[in-house]
Design a binder for this molecule. Structure first.
Ligand code: UDP
Length: 316
């Protein structure tokens, strides 16, 4: 049974990754300091054979004993409001934390998968974004705490490959949605769904003409594990290339939730990327992977989870 260590294992993506790996026959050790992750995300996994949770901050090291076959480094605040609120934790986990995760892989001669991001492309001047594009990041802007931490993580990951021969993969993850993204996360899909369900106006930042391309979490995790199990070295975009304006997303959310909530326009955050869409030619050709779930189905399934989550919170 291969043994995987997932840092950030009780976060939104990390918890789905742990579940998928367990179902695939892996033994899984989830490591998380619960700064932005939630224990409730893994409550259905705790008690399952082969699953262990270790509450620990990867900035302090990763004290996992025994053989390790793969390390998947997903620990980091990921929502813009959260990483802007936790700038030093974000920089540390993307530098010191990444170093610890890479060392663990190196000592075990394990595979390494780095959770990178479309944010490394910044406000992209090339559209759609291919892996060969170097990006357009404002190093002095507020988002740089996340963007540069992830860019540094990519550099460190490639250095471990070049100097230590480590088997390293870098997933550039584009906007992802699904159950377990907490209602207070602050990203656009969770904000809109909570607002629509509660009958509050949807908050559009800027004029809503900016674009994003949303992937359902099940598609995303299937792509991530395919990349981890492949022979590919280096970066690969894993995301859904169907691109929507934020105004279109708001309309779709209202349709799916059957909500007549209004819309309010608020100011656009500094350095908010104007458009974003992955070119997934590489993932298609190397992994034979592409997303299967469209925006409507993704929103329907996510909306169902938020209704249950909000009802439970109210009942408490
Ligand atoms: N956004 C919005 N309303 C919200 C939250 C976000 O209009 O309540 C916008 C945000 O300005 C950005 C897009 O939606 O243009 C996606 O934001 P998100 O925070 O989900 O992630 P990002 O892609 O910016 O990392």
């Amino acid at each position: 049974m291969p043994r995987a260590v997932v840092t950030g294992g009780s976060g939104f993506l990390g918890s789905h990754l742990c579940e998928y790996l367990l179902n695939r026959g892996y033994e899984v050790v989830a490591v998380d300091n619960l700064l932005t992750g939630r224990r409730s995300n893994i409550s259905s996994l705790e008690g399952r054979d082969g699953f262990t949770f270790l509450q620990h901050d990867v900035i302090q090291g990763i004290p996992v004993e025994g053989k390790v076959d793969c390390v998947l480094h997903f620990a980091s605040p990921a929502s813009p409001p959260e990483y802007l609120n936790l700038p030093f934790e974000t920089l540390d986990v993307g530098s010191i934390g990444t170093r610890h995760a890479l060392e663990l892989a190196h000592q075990n001669k394990a595979r390494f998968l780095m959770a990178s991001t479309s944010e490394i492309y910044g406000d992209p001047l090339v559209h759609p974004q291919t892996e060969g594009y170097w990006g357009n990041v404002n190093t002095l802007g507020p988002r740089s705490v996340y963007d540069e931490a992830k860019r540094f993580s990519e550099a460190l990951t490639m250095a471990y490959h070049r100097y230590h021969g480590l088997d390293t993969k870098i997933a550039r993850i584009f906007n992802t949605m699904g159950p377990r993204m907490k209602p207070s996360d602050g990203r656009v899909v969770s904000n809109f769904l909570v607002q629509a369900i509660e009958g509050n106006p949807l908050t559009i930042y800027g004029d809503g003409t900016q674009t994003r391309s949303f992937c359902f979490v099940e598609d995303e995790v299937r792509g991530l594990v395919a990349l981890m199990e492949s022979d590919h070295i280096g970066a690969m975009n894993i995301g859904n290339p169907n691109e929507f304006t934020i105004l279109e997303l708001a309309e779709k959310v209202r349709d799916v939730c059957g909500s007549d909530a209004g819309i309010v326009f608020e100011s656009l955050p500094e350095d908010d990327p104007v458009r974003r869409r992955p070119d997934i030619t590489l993932a298609k050709s190397v992994l034979g992977w592409s997303p299967e779930i469209n925006l409507t189905e993704a929103l329907e399934r996510t909306c169902k989870w938020y209704r249950e989550e909000l009802a439970q919170a109210e009942a408490k």
